[in-house]
Design a protein around this ligand. Structure first.
Ligand code: PLP
Length: 481
């Protein structure tokens, strides 16, 4: 954003880019939407995008690339081994993040797999500020237990705590006492904590956690997939960081991490990922696994073209003009919905607008997946594809019992540089209508439930066919669009 003084007082934030390539959107009819959600087993992941109006499932791999990124793809030098495009990327990582050694991976979970293979063993315990779905599965498959050491405010959707992504330092000390530092291969901090509503951690918290890790000689791993939004929010909310540039804030965050990894599908607006560190021993250990699971170390499962674009994406990630749009959009969206009484996660963070499904649909028990039902209902009434982030996104325990999620959220994600303010106004209108008709929505039940990461491929059904009544009521009041 370009920040200037407003003539009315205060500041004005203006997007520092313009759009030069556009894609036409089509609003599918209500009839089409109702048919599509049934065919998709009431799972928004299984919709085809031809049936979607605003695709706000995720920011992953669907951000708008810049002219410079596309140019870098053409200029990239394809080689299986030793491409100079890779070495240019390594130079950029050093400049922007401050790390000497880099391993590319095909995407974020590729990096998680390499971390799991290298550092995790049966009996390991991994403290985190909060888990992410693929992260947890990789570490658990390697035999570890994941500990979520969030602060008490983290799960209070109405709390205005500015840094709900913080880790509770006392809980970390307690975990180290209880499990022993020898069983903790690393502590993981996730920027813009995905599953609790895109909430950031503060630099102060990161420093405290780093200090505890250092006291016990435990490496600190930073998942920087969404470091851009976390840094933007530190700049806006944390004392002492208001006059620092995003580049400086990101450099400082990285200086506290022993290992950094990221899905580049997010902040860097390409399709890939990587691991970076200044620790030679760590990189050498991880490098051994790279050809087994990802590819040769100068491409790591990515196309060289995307590696070229990733270097540009990294530089753009710290370019003040190009970042922050989505945080401002989410804030605007949350203010509008809050005014109408719709329950959302506050304060608005990064990643997306998060509807609080437990408050939106208090009549639906967690074993009937209120957030999944709300995501399906939202699609029916708007054509907007959002994502369930609640119990459906959890794994069952070893006995097959349901593990209820701490929060039941519907995430309406903002891919970077993609949607406009009129899209938000449309979404607000449809969500408010849905909120006024929330009693029509009931739960979902499984028809097919996969054994791992069930939210991706699972198929469900609307209990007592509630979808039909929602569809008919909408049609009567608002027509077929
Ligand atoms: C915080 C975080 N870590 C890791 C990942 C996994 O990355 P990928 O989807 O590129 O495998 C994601 C994906 O959304 C994420 O949000």
């Amino acid at each position: 954003m370009i920040v200037v003084k407003s003539s009315k007082g205060g500041e004005l934030r203006v997007d520092g880019y313009r759009v030069r390539v556009v894609e036409k959107l089509r609003l599918p009819s209500l009839d089409e939407r109702f048919k599509a959600i049934k065919e998709a087993g009431w799972n928004t992941f299984l919709l085809r995008n031809e049936h979607v109006f605003l695709d706000m499932l995720t920011d992953s791999g669907v951000n708008a690339m810049s002219d410079k990124q596309l140019a870098a793809m053409i200029a990239a030098q394809d080689s299986y081994a030793g491409s100079m495009t890779f070495y240019e990327f390594v130079k950029t990582v050093k400049e922007v993040l401050g790390f000497e050694y880099v391993l590319p991976t095909h995407q974020g979970r590729g990096a998680e797999h390499i971390l799991a293979k290298t550092f995790v063993k049966p009996g390991s315990v991994i403290p985190m500020n909060y888990h992410f779905t693929t992260t947890k599965v990789h570490f658990e498959l390697a035999g570890a237990q994941v500990l979520e050491l969030y602060i008490d405010e983290a799960l209070k959707t109405k709390s205005t705590h500015p840094f709900k992504g913080n880790m509770d330092p006392e809980k970390l000390r307690e975990a180290i006492r209880k499990y022993g530092k020898e069983n903790i291969p690393f502590v993981r901090m996730e920027a813009t904590t995905n599953l609790i509503g895109g909430q950031p951690f503060s630099m102060e918290n990161l420093k405290t956690i780093k200090q505890i890790c250092e006291e016990h000689n435990i490496p600190l791993v930073l998942d920087g997939s969404m470091i851009d939004w976390n840094a933007y929010l530190i700049n806006q909310r944390e004392e002492g960081y208001k006059n620092m540039s995003i580049a400086e804030i990101i450099k400082e965050m990285c200086s506290l991490a022993d290992i950094f990894y990221a899905s580049a599908r997010k902040a860097m607006c390409v399709r890939g990922g990587f691991i970076a560190t200044n620790n030679k021993k760590f990189i050498e250990k991880m490098k051994e696994w790279l050809p087994v699971y990802e590819g040769f170390f100068t491409y790591g499962g990515m196309s060289i073209k995307e590696l070229g674009a990733m270097a540009v994406g990294l530089r753009e990630m710290v370019n003040e003009s190009l970042i922050g749009t989505e945080v401002e959009q989410i804030k605007y969206f949350a203010e509008k919905l809050t005014k109408e009484g719709v329950p959302v996660v506050l304060p608005p963070g990064g990643l997306g607008l998060h509807l609080d499904a437990m408050e939106f649909l208090p009549h639906i028990p967690q074993n009937q997946y209120p957030a999944g039902a709300l995501a399906a209902a939202l699609y029916i009434v708007s054509g907007i594809r959002a994502m369930e982030r609640g119990t459906m996104s959890m794994e069952r325990d070893k006995e097959g019992r349901e593990i209820f999620s701490d929060l039941e959220l519907v995430r309406i994600a903002f891919p970077r540089r993609v949607y406009l303010r009129s899209h938000i106004d449309y979404a607000v209108d449809r969500i408010v209508w849905l909120y006024e008709h929330r009693n029509l929505i009931k739960g979902l039940k499984w028809v097919y439930e996969p054994p791992v990461l069930r939210f991706f491929l699972g198929r469900l059904k609307d209990i007592e066919n509630w979808g039909k009544e929602l569809y008919e009521t909408y049609k009567k009041e608002l027509g077929n669009y």
